[in-house]
Ligand binder design. Structure first.
Ligand SMILES: [Zn+2]
Length: 294
C-alpha cells in the first residue's frame, strides 16, 4: 500500500522505471527509507511499484487489482494511508523512519494536477492499444484479465505517470510560464500554470512520456499556442512565432497583447535546471509548428 502511495508522491517524485541495477543508489532517499523500514533492498520497492502498475508481466494478479481499485477511489486510498501512518506512529515508528510522503498529516486536501494533457483525442486509442498489449503479456503468465480491467490499469498508470511528470516539470520551471514569465505563486493550485509535453504524450514512448526534459511549464494561453504550433522553441531555446501568428499580431490587439512583447525572446529556464532536450524541441518544430524555423 505504501508502494502504491509512492506513485502519488510529488516531493520527491518516484518513477520506478528510472532506477535499477547500477543506478539504484540514485533513487530518492524516500525509496531507501522505505526499504530500510521493511529490511529489504531498495530495488524491492521499485519492483513492487512495477508489479502494481502491471509493467512487470510476472507480478501477482492481486497487485494490479489493488492498483485498479485504489485508482478508482483515491479518497479510499488516502484513508488507508492515513490509517497505516497512524498505526505506525502508535507503534513508535517516527517520521524519520516512515516519512509522511503524501503530507496528509499536514494537509487535508490533495490536489490532482496536470491532467489536461491527457484530454488528447488520441488518449483513448493509445490506451486501448496498450491495454491489449498488457492483456497479451499477462496471458503469457497465465493471468486472464478482462479488456475492461486492463484498460483501467493502463489508464490509471498513464494518469499517475502523468501526474509525476507534470509535478516535476512545474517544479523545474518554478511554477513560472516559460514564455512570458508569469509566476502566480500566490495562487498556486489554481491551474494558472500547466505542464505539457513538447513531443505529445500520444506520440511519445513510455520513457519519453516520463522525461521531465520533454516538458514546458506555461500559462494556459501560451500552453495552448505551443500545443497548436503557433509558437515553438529552437535548439538554442529561442522562441519563434509562426507566420500566421505574426499576421494576427498586426491585426488583432488581443493577440498583440498576449503574443507581442509579453512573449520573451528565449524560453525562461531557471538557472541550474536542465533545459528541454533538443530532440523533443526538434520534433515540435518538425511536426507541430505551423511554419518553418528558417
Ligand atoms: Zn505565458
Amino acid at each position: 500500500m505504501l508502494c502504491y502511495g509512492l506513485f502519488l508522491a510529488d516531493d520527491p517524485v518516484v518513477d520506478p522505471h528510472r532506477y535499477g541495477g547500477g543506478t539504484m543508489h540514485t533513487a530518492p532517499q524516500l525509496v531507501h527509507d522505505l526499504a530500510a523500514l521493511f529490511v529489504r533492498p531498495p530495488g524491492s520497492i521499485t519492483s513492487k511499484m512495477m508489479n502494481l502498475d502491471g509493467s512487470r508481466a510476472n507480478g501477482a494478479k492481486y497487485e494490479v487489482q489493488f492498483f485498479m481499485e485504489m485508482g478508482a477511489d483515491l479518497a479510499r486510498f488516502f484513508g488507508l494511508y492515513a490509517t497505516a501512518l497512524q498505526a505506525a506512529r502508535h507503534m513508535g515508528i517516527n517520521a524519520r523512519r516512515l516519512p509522511d510522503f503524501l503530507r496528509l498529516e499536514q494537509v487535508t486536501e490533495y490536489p490532482l494536477i496536470g491532467l489536461d494533457d491527457l484530454a488528447d483525442s488520441r488518449f483513448d486509442e493509445t490506451i486501448e492499444k496498450e491495454a491489449a498489449q498488457l492483456r497479451a503479456a499477462k496471458l503469457q503468465h497465465n493471468q486472464e484479465l478482462s479488456a475492461a480491467e486492463t484498460t483501467r490499469i493502463v489508464e490509471h498508470r498513464a494518469r499517475v505517470g502523468h501526474r509525476a511528470f507534470a509535478t516535476e516539470v512545474l517544479r523545474r520551471f518554478d511554477f513560472t510560464c516559460g514564455f512570458c514569465g508569469m509566476a502566480p505563486h500566490s495562487l498556486r493550485g489554481n491551474r494558472l500554470i500547466v505542464a505539457s509535453h513538447i513531443k505529445p504524450w500520444a506520440d511519445s514512448s513510455n520513457r519519453e512520456r516520463r522525461d521531465p526534459r520533454n516538458g514546458i511549464a506555461a500559462c494556459p494561453t501560451h500552453d495552448a499556442a505551443f500545443d497548436r504550433g503557433l509558437i515553438t522553441v529552437n535548439g538554442g531555446l529561442r522562441v519563434h512565432r509562426s507566420r500566421g501568428l505574426r499576421a494576427s499580431i498586426e491585426a488583432d490587439t488581443g493577440i498583440e497583447h498576449n503574443f507581442g512583447e509579453s512573449l520573451r525572446d528565449a524560453l525562461i529556464v531557471p538557472s541550474g535546471v536542465e533545459p528541454p532536450r533538443k530532440t523533443y524541441l526538434r520534433w515540435h518544430h518538425e511536426h507541430i509548428y505551423r511554419d518553418s524555423l528558417s
